[in-house]
Ligand binder design. Structure first.
Ligand code: NI
Length: 200
């Protein structure tokens, strides 16, 4: 089932999410629905707060980063990304190392805005997968970038929070338009300040 994606401005996106227990109700179905929702919206990651659940869970599938245009050289930062499809439950980024690098990030909750965000190259993360197996893994390149962006979501942080105050000011009208639903998206969204929402 495709779920509506919560838009910028909803308080759930600013909240630190809660860990879940093994008996969390209908977890398998929730994960399936999140994958369906992410693929439908052509995203490479989706965190539970983005579908309105303040829990420490996110999913990723970085395979679109492996696609090359004709004549394009493989990007070393995309190494292994074709198999980077995972579920992260109760993750903890234990360590981030390396130089900060710029990447133009976007977010399904903030459609049509992309901005350079600087983050460290490499990270170590511990988490449980959908079978509740524990993992400790190291990532770099685009995989690390996707994790950092999604991990921010469960901490209540959006990529726009990493921008300079000036940049945010320049974007404020567009961000406000997203919050009130004055934007068209090809996927279903839930807008926090839309009058339509308040009537139902
Ligand atoms: Ni996002």
């Amino acid at each position: 089932m495709i779920l509506p994606i919560v838009a910028y401005g909803d308080p759930v996106l600013k909240k630190e999410a809660e860990e879940i227990e093994k008996d969390y109700p209908e977890l398998k179905e929730l994960i399936e629905n999140m994958f369906e929702t992410m693929y439908n919206a052509k995203g490479v990651g989706l965190a539970a707060p983005q579908i309105g659940k303040s829990i420490r869970l996110f999913i990723v599938d970085g395979s679109p980063f492996a696609e090359l245009e004709e004549g394009e050289e493989p990007d070393p930062r995309a190494e292994g990304i074709e198999n980077f499809k995972k579920v992260f439950i109760n993750p903890i980024i234990e360590e981030e190392t390396g130089n900060k690098w710029a990447f133009e990030e976007g977010c399904l909750s903030i459609p049509k805005i992309r901005e350079n965000v600087y983050r460290k190259e490499k990270l170590v993360i511990t988490y449980y997968d959908e079978e509740w197996n524990f993992h400790e893994e190291t990532y770099e390149g685009y995989a690390a970038r996707i994790i950092q962006h999604e991990y921010d979501h469960i901490e209540g942080v959006l990529f726009t929070d990493h921008l300079s105050p000036l940049k945010r000011k320049l974007l404020s009208k567009r961000l406000n338009n997203i919050a009130i639903g004055a934007i068209d998206t090809f996927y279903k969204m839930k807008f926090p300040e839309s009058k339509k929402n308040k009537m139902i």
